[in-house]
Design a protein around this ligand. Sequence first.
Ligand code: GLU
Length: 260
Amino acid sequence: MSLPALKDFRRIVVKVGSSLLINSAAGEVKEAWLAALAEDIAALHRDGREVLVVSSGSIALGRSRLKLPRRPLKLEESQAAAAVGQIALARIWAKVLAEHDIDAGQILVTLQDTEERRRYLNARSTIAKLLEWRVVPVINENDTVATNEIRYGDNDRLAARVATMTSADLLVLLSDIDGLYTAPPAANPDARLIPVVEAVTADIEAMAGAAESELSRGGMRTKIEAAKIATSAGTHMLIASGKIAHPLRAIADGGRCTGL
Ligand code: GLU
């Protein structure tokens, strides 16, 4: 199997991880990087593609702005940090997309919004209307009200559900790693990147360690879970590095990634 080129997809969900977006020491969004990503999104948009963004970062941005200690946060602390972070995140997405005359529309969803039929249909029709209006939806979990028992917690799986809910034909997970490897690449010099995964088998699942960075909740495991959700609904998925400028352009130019 080889994956169609980026330009062959019509509706694309792009998931952006916290560690790409947030400079935690400064408590700021990496604006230059985000502006370059917005340029890539605008290029797809101009070409007639429908782009949806699933952006992480509310908790990471809130906690660094508030200078909260590095220990794990209690539930009410991360909910409150998300309230501060999300408002800043939304502002900055609106700003970088406006540079290209694109309106951003914020959507905050909970697990129930994607899993309960009435709420699912409601969220889906709101997103459909935004896309019809050529708005770029910027979606995150509603972290201020999500509780530990009833939350996604990671935006990889949330993005996969958004992709299937909206019948997107491609989900791109941008993170700090450029694909799925045969072994954790940091620990194993023989680790090889797998360019195409035909099916999420038990072997593939075993290759996905659970590595997490300080900021992001998802590791490879949540990406594989996302892949199962997406591919079983007929949505292609790409795992690609967002650690470079213009990460979507890099994919279009044939850069390294894993396609599922
Ligand atoms: N919804 C979380 C946030 O915006 C991100 C979860 C994740 O890192 O995947 O902080």
